[in-house]
Design a protein. Sequence first.
Length: 125
Amino acid sequence: MVARLTVEADQAMPNALVTDLLPAGLEAENLNLGDSAQWDGVQVEGVALSERSEQADLQHEEYRDDRYVAALSLDQGATARLYYLVRAVTPGVYTVPPPQAEDMYQPTLRGTGAARPAQVTVTPP
């Protein structure tokens, strides 16, 4: 599956850190590993995955076992879109935690998003 995060800032956040915890049963995959040509023609709401880096002022990404983390710069009123892959590893019904964003040097600038969908179901093959 492809996960897409849309982040909007009411205030400038030059050192934003976005953390998206994954539900149990899913793991993040690094889109940067492998040939980018494999994503030619794959689009999410009109954005080609091969051009995903143009959707945010991304400074750093991490693909951990239980979360996706991105450091980026957000201008006031700007919208950034982040994309990453997840793969199913354990069957079950899982609640999706909401994503969070905060400024790394101004911890009072923070926000919690909404998870859509709120649940995912992983079925055995």
